[in-house]
Design a protein around this ligand. Sequence first.
Ligand SMILES: CC(C)(COP(=O)(O)OP(=O)(O)OC[C@H]1O[C@@H](n2cnc3c(N)ncnc32)[C@H](O)[C@@H]1OP(=O)(O)O)[C@@H](O)C(=O)NCCC(=O)NCCS
Length: 184
Amino acid sequence: MRASENHYFYLRRSCTRPMEEGLPPSGYRWSLWKPSGISIAPRGFPLFPFAIWSAFHYLHVFFNRDYQLLLIHHGAQLVHRSVITPGYFRFPFMHRDDLQVGDTWTDDGHRGKGLATFALKQIASLDVCVGRSLWYLVEEANTSSMRVAEKAGFSCVARGTRGSRFGLRLFGAFHIDERFQPRC
Ligand SMILES: CC(C)(COP(=O)(O)OP(=O)(O)OC[C@H]1O[C@@H](n2cnc3c(N)ncnc32)[C@H](O)[C@@H]1OP(=O)(O)O)[C@@H](O)C(=O)NCCC(=O)NCCS
């Protein structure tokens, strides 16, 4: 079937101890950011969409309290982010305790150095993740992203479609059309 921006692979892994990857590649440092008080987006980030995710956190739209971002810096420069979100109305297949890694991005000049793979492995070994399921959704055509997830221990468990709501993809729910045993 033709790859389309509306068709996604759904990957999942369980989060385990011990920590799989303690240190990022040399020269990089990582941190976690969570909304706190009036801090609703990491410094330098646009309010859209990050203020919306913080609003979902504060208003209990998210199914649990564990929304956060993993950030990687090189010197003062932000070179990677991965957004950890609980389920909410757009992801009806996620259980209450599940988490998802999304909006994963590495700066062009720092790609291919293992930063995204490190971030996903690190997230899977965070205290908050252990014992829970972690999801990663990727457009079918995004082979780099698929490769990152597989290197970080995710398995492809389903294929599905992103719908739209009020004519906007941003609000569209992700549905599972086909489940795989055990891989895509
Ligand atoms: C997908 C993405 C996050 C990967 O980030 P990364 O830090 O380069 O990832 P890694 O270094 O861990 O590399 C993983 C894979 O990316 C691919 N890759 C390697 N160098 C690359 C480069 N210079 N440019 C693009 N992709 C590259 C390879 O397939 C690599 O696997 P391999 O080393 O086994 O060959 C990054 O390409 C990106 O930000 N893309 C645009 C946003 C996006 O698509 N996000 C994913 C949404 S689901």
